[in-house]
Ligand binder design. Structure first.
Ligand SMILES: Nc1ncnc2c1ncn2[C@@H]1O[C@H](COP(=O)(O)OP(=O)(O)OP(=O)(O)O)[C@@H](O)[C@H]1O
Ligand SMILES: [Mg+2]
Length: 220
């Protein structure tokens, strides 16, 4: 599903990623752990095409059979919209929009018909236990609910992979627990692939494979 080789990233003199190799199979749940500053977010942003490596001529990144480093602006944005789901530590829902509208946004960007997008969004919200929250705006939802809306949003376009950066970092332990179980449920029921960056040991250990980053490299 994802195949990355020799990914490097530097900011000026600071080398943040020092040649990362990574292979992730479909339906795998991978966790990435490591100290603050090890380069986890940087790697996730590159895997998600939100950022690019510093050595494009000398590395490769293939997602779902697509050589993403060859894609330019518009095709790249389209690729990201259709293939990558993102979940962040802070849900990043749009405050002016309802839960249902927030979930629909990536589908609207993809030019899915409104009725079809809303139908799918409702299915997802129902599945995530948010049937009675369609019309709530983010500030009228609990932290755990907001994060589940963000999960629904990440799923709406049936992405090839979901990349999550500290998805439960902002949740109480019970909500975190439920969110973690949900990831595995989505994998088991829908074959969803996940890459989870986390400081949560429990979540990290639940994964099929746990990768540890030290100083810009994956060491296990
Ligand atoms: N835009 C930037 N410009 C300069 N340095 C950066 C930039 N983004 C990240 N860095 C540096 O790169 C290093 C890795 O950052 P990154 O955010 O990937 O770490 P992380 O492993 O996600 O840490 P945390 O667990 O704290 O989230 C850090 O030392 C950071 O200061
Ligand atoms: Mg980070």
């Amino acid at each position: 599903m994802i195949k990355a080789a020799n990914i490097q990233k530097s900011y000026g003199q600071l080398q943040v990623l020092k040649g990362v190799d990574l292979e992730i199979q479909k339906e795998e749940v991978i966790s990435i752990v490591g100290a603050s500053g090890a380069g986890k977010t940087t790697l996730l942003q590159i895997l998600g095409t939100l950022d690019s490596p510093s050595n494009p001529m000398d590395c490769s990144l293939n997602v779902n059979g697509i050589d993403v480093l060859q894609l330019k602006d518009k095709p790249l944005a389209r690729f990201r919209n259709e293939h990558i789901g993102f979940i962040f530590q802070f849900h990043q829902l749009l405050p002016e929009f309802t839960a249902l509208e927030n979930v629909c946004i990536p589908a609207f960007i993809k030019k899915t018909q409104k009725a079809e997008a809303e139908k799918r969004a409702k299915e997802l919200l129902d599945f995530l236990g948010l049937k009675n929250r369609y019309d709530h705006k983010p500030n009228a939802l609990s932290g755990g609910e907001q994060q589940r809306v963000a999960v629904a949003r990440s799923l709406i376009n049936n992405p090839s992979v979901i990349l999550a950066d500290e998805p439960s970092g902002n949740l109480d332990s019970e909500s975190a627990d439920n969110l973690h179980k949900l990831f595995f449920q989505l994998r088991d029921e829908f074959g969803q692939t996940f890459v989870l960056v986390t400081h949560n040991t429990e979540l990290a250990n639940m994964a099929d494979r746990k990768l540890t980053m030290v100083d810009g490299q994956i060491v296990s």
